[in-house]
Design a protein around this ligand. Sequence first.
Ligand code: NCD
Length: 304
Amino acid sequence: MRSLIDIQELSVNEIDELITVANDIIDNPAKYSEKCKGKILATLFFEPSTRTRLSFESAMFSLGGNVLGFSEAQSSSSAKGESVADTIKTVGYYADIIAMRHPKEGAPMVAAMNTDIPVINAGDGGHNHPTQTLTDLLTIQREKGRVNNITIGVCGDLKFGRTVHSLIGAMSRYENVKFVLISPEELKVPEYIKQTVLEAKNLEYVETTSLEDAMPELDILYMTRVQRERFFNEQDYIRLKDSYILTPQKLEAAKEDLCIMHPLPRVNEISVAVDKDPRACYFRQVNNGKFIRMALIMKLLEVK
Ligand code: NCD
């Protein structure tokens, strides 16, 4: 059975197919309402979540399936010291597919090695978040009508932000995408991503600390939260947390058809005054997350 641990495991064709199915689900939801009848999704969340867990659950219910799981490590036997491997072997008897979030990088991969049912990585530490990226790609396609020929500014915590890592990996495979990486010096994109993705593929990218300088050329601005839970000390977090705050004033320099995205949760990095701007796409992005996850669940369960 196939799992989804890293977005690179899907070909561009497969991603495009998922986007097509998600768009069809949005247009014809009734057609899909019994596709996963009798199937069970387990959501195993060892870290906090609102959108990812609830959109997975809503997705499975909308496919006619059922859901079980836990939303904090403390309420599972992991609090008693059980290994991920043993937890997963157990859940493999009770469910048909697993969505798992864990603070340790690689935990969903270990899970996939210990069960025959598909495991979806719903975020592993500061590493990857492939289903957020699918959500992001569906959003870009719906908002811009294309994923190619795009200048995307990614702003905030590019070091610990797992959504950013997966998004760069995925978008690097589309044509003529230019990345503007906007972050404080301490929170730049990890060297391994620059080497294995951006430089290995000879992609066009610039690194800058200035959101204002980057703004005028962007087609997409992808804002992110500074990832407090990954910091080693609170002083560093406090010093860096408000590095970028998007306001209506700053948007005066932006393109008229800019698409402002954010995986959410937002802390301070987008002023609520921006929400009224038609260029603010982040709540439409939340909505899209459910439909692309429906498409993914069907694909991994091999539902026609
Ligand atoms: C993101 C995550 O968990 O990585 N949230 C999400 O899934 N939408 C982003 C974040 O927590 O900052």
